[in-house]
Every structure is written in structure tokens, then in C-alpha cells.
Write a protein that binds this ligand. Sequence first.
Ligand code: MEV
Length: 425
Amino acid sequence: MNTNAKSSRISGFHKDDIATRLARVAQFANLDDETTRHLSNMGNLDPHLADHLIENVIATLNVPIGVATNMKVDGTDVLVPMATEESSVVAAVCNAARQCYDQGGFTTSMSGSLMIAQIQLVGVPDAMHSRMRILEHKAGIKALCDECDPLLVKLGGGLQDVEVRIVNSAGGPMVVTHLIVDTRDAMGANAVNSMAEKLAPHIETWTGGRVYLRILSNLADRRLARARATWTCEAIGGPAVRDGIISAYQFAAADPYRAATHNKGIMNGVSAVVLATGNDTRAVEAGAHAYAARKGWYSSLTDWEVTAEGHLAGTLEMPMAVGLVGGATKLHPTARACLGILGVATADRLARLIAAVGLAQNFSALKALATTGIQKGHMSLHAQNIAMMAGAVGEEIDRVAQELVRLGTVRVDVAEQELAKLRGG
Ligand code: MEV
């Protein structure tokens, strides 16, 4: 046994204060003083709040928030804060929105604000009978579920429907109850999970089976956000550009390898707003990709067509489980500020704005890919990042970056040479 090996079994770590935890991590990882000092700067997030949002906090990570301009959504102009570490993402939305602004911008809608909770029942030989037994209790199920969250019911939400599916699994048939719950302005995970947990013992009693999982589904296909917009041929640079975008879309619609990247581009926009507003990026991402595979193969989340007038028409439809109440949305002051910039009063409006951003993002990516390629737009910000990685500071960053772009070689070794030259080396 190696007695010198470091141990990750740090007793009482969760009870330590932030400074003590950081010191213990610094010792474990041999962090130098400068790195430890850097981590101890928690920026504009109150350490006390950070310590209550998650467990074992030692630091925070600052991600830039950029604002997308030119967005008009359902007739109203809006500035959209986007939290992302990736260059070109914010610019892509600004450009796409500018090019459809005169056509009225984006038109959006929502299928509803229904979330689904699943209750997994096993060990029933008569799955079909069990399904019926559960469905016969619909009124009782509604009463039990609505008792969990009287405020939600007062706000017009609560249990809307009960569906029971038979899922044929490797372990035999499972009887899966879906609670369909209107969660209004909440993302709804807590509400629907509480309902599922409360109902589970009753399902066992009614059927004689055994319940295991009681949890929401992230495939929020009763909470679809929809956005559409039209770009004229003139605004985007002519019919060849339009046809290139259509062909790029057709590629994504037909090929999962391309669809993954195509949808990743959409999520560049979507996740940036979801994160800026303190919502759950993983929930929205899981829902998006599951929805993209709903036909049995993984495909594009957007559709692109040519209108009768020869214009380019884009649409996006995807699950959008975001809320305005609860969790970081309510507690994180930066998230609250971002919601203030957006001026949204409902989760419905937030979800629709996010869909518009996703569509804008996809337009810009496809346009760049079908014309000049993606690197040209990326180059100048990317070159600045590379210049900083080479050690450039202050004004040196722009000067080295410009030189890298002029040379057409955006590499750290070249940036180091250019920096040395600039410093008179
Ligand atoms: C890069 O983050 C996103 C793109 O790859 C999206 C796409 O290919 O459609 C440019």
C-alpha cells in the first residue's frame, strides 16, 4: 500500500466554510498562492448564496454575458443576454436578427406549459388490467396531486391529465403512469416530482405491484416552444445563399452526424439564454436531443423552406422547460438582472424568446457554412483568444490578433513570435 498517496476522503469537508475547503483543496492539488487567491475571488456572487446553491463550494466561474441586439419577437424589440464562453455565438444572433428585422423579426408560440412525471410500476402480471385500475382513479389522482401544490392550483396550474403506458422492457412489461401537470411559470421539476412520490404508494395499493422510479421526464413534449421567421433573398445575399442554407438543412435532416452539429449550433443560442436566466441547461438540452430523435432517428430541430415569393422561411420547434420561479432563477442576482433586461413576466414569453434565439443561431451558422465557411467569422475573436494564450496583455491583444488574421495563421506559436517581435524581441 502506498502510504504517501493523497486521499480524497476528506472528513467533514461539507461542514467546512468556503475558505477552509479551498485551503484543503489547494493543499491536495498543490495550488500556488496566486491560483488560490484567484479562486477565492467570488466576483459578484455572494459567497453565502453560492454556498447554499450547491454543495462543497470553493469558488465561482465567471462566464461572459453578451447581449444580442436587433431582436424583434412577436412585434416587440428585446435585448437578449447570453451567457457563453464561445466566440461568435452572440454576433451570430445579432446578424440573423438584423437580416429579418424588416420582415417583422420572429413570430413565436407555445404548445402549453405541461410537464410530465413518470411513475414506474413493475411486478404486475396483468399489465393491461393494472393500467385500467390506475386510470379508474383519475379523480382521486387529481385530488392527491393538486394537494401537493395549492399555490400552483391557485395560479391556474396543477394536474391536467393521467396517461398510463405499457413499456416493454428487457425485464418484462412495465406499467408507466404519466402525470401531466401544468406548471405555469415554474420549470416544474419539484412540483411534478413531489406529486409522483406522493402518488406512488397508492399505485402500489391499487395494483399490487412495486413502484421504483418517480421522476419527471425531460422529454417535455407538451411544452414546445415554436419560432418562425422569414429572410428575403435580397437581405441574405441572393438565391444562391438561400439554396445553400436549404441544402445545409436537408443534410442535417437526413444525416445524424450532421444533425448533431446542426443542433449543437441551435443549442449555442438556446443554452446561453437558459444559463443567463438561471435555468437548467441540462434539462433543456436533454429535451432538445430526445425530441430531435422522436421519429426514430436523430434529425434537425429546425426546418427550412422557400416561400411562394422565393424567400427563406425557417421554423424551430423544441421542448423548452424553463421557469421564472424557484432555484437559481429567483435567487441568483445575475439571473434576475438578465430576466429584467429581457423584460419577461411569464415563463411562456421566456421560452418563446429562447426559441427565437435558437432559430437565429441556426440561420447564421447555416449561412456561414454555406458561403464563406465558419472560420472567417470566428477568426478575429479566436485570434484574440490565441493572442492572450500566448501572453499578450492590454493593447498587445488586438495588435497580435490582427497580425495573426493578416497572416492567416491563428496559432499560439505564431502568436508568441508576433508578441516577441512587438515587444522588440
Ligand atoms: C459551432 O459551435 C456551431 C456550428 O458547428 C453549428 C453548425 O455547424 O451548424 C457552427
